[in-house]
Write a protein that binds this ligand. Structure first.
Ligand code: ATP
Length: 206
């Protein structure tokens, strides 16, 4: 099977995440995408609701898509969750499968600040999605020349980064949190069940 891992804070998950994941699944003929809400993220410190809330919202958001699953591996950990540990665990679990780590280009451009990022770049192939306001992969320091259209070899690694231009969604979790604080409607930016969950649990109000 071809499996994509999609890590994120998902604070909260929104239609941008869901739609770009669906486009990646179709374009790369993935059999499934596993969403992995982060536990206590080592890098994003502020404004984060409990992992269990983010896990639940992610589950609600993907439940009608037979190709989407959610992993609680990071969310249930007590310590900060590092992607390298998660990938080590998942590679063991899916030994026979072809694996990809999916991320937006904004996240990939920040990869240098990630724990043991050089090893991370040697672990799996990456699928890098475009995001409005961010550059493309050309001339990026971890990347060698384009081998084929939108396929780049990663430096000091036998792995590749595949770039995909997905539909541009300006929406971000930060923007959604701000809208809630300002008592604005977030209808149609997140799935309705996620919106209700946020409302019922009074999340992101301050
Ligand atoms: P925040 O505003 O809190 O930083 P976010 O909207 O960027 O959140 P994350 O949970 O941090 O969401 O993102 C998880 C992954 O999804 C990252 O790899 C990010 O690049 C990607 N992503 C999020 N929104 C989009 C989008 N609109 N288009 C493409 N990729 C996206």
């Amino acid at each position: 099977m071809k499996i994509g891992f999609f890590g994120g804070t998902f604070n909260p998950i929104h239609y941008g995440h869901l739609r770009v994941a669906e486009e990646v699944r179709e374009a790369f003929l993935l059999d499934k995408i596993i969403f992995i809400p982060a536990g206590i993220p080592p890098l994003k410190k502020y404004d984060i609701v409990e992992a269990m809330h983010r896990l639940k919202m992610t589950e609600l958001a993907v439940k009608d898509n037979p190709f989407f699953e959610v992993s609680d591996f990071e969310a249930k950990q007590k310590k900060p969750s590092y992607t390298i540990n998660t990938l080590t665990h998942l590679k063991r679990l899916y030994q026979k499968d072809t694996l990809f780590f999916i991320m937006g280009i904004d996240a990939f451009l920040e990869l240098k600040s990630w724990y043991r990022y050089e090893e991370l770049l040697r672990m799996v192939d990456f699928i890098i999605m475009s995001r409005p306001g961010f550059d493309n992969l050309q001339n990026y320091e971890f990347i060698e020349d384009e081998e084929a259209e939108n396929c780049f070899k990663i430096k000091n690694s036998d792995k590749r980064a595949f770039f995909i231009s997905v539909s541009p969604f300006w929406i971000s979790s930060t923007q959604i949190r701000k809208m809630i604080q300002n008592e604005k409607s977030i209808r149609y930016l997140v799935p309705e069940e996620v919106r209700k969950y946020i409302e019922d649990n009074k999340l992101y109000r301050e």
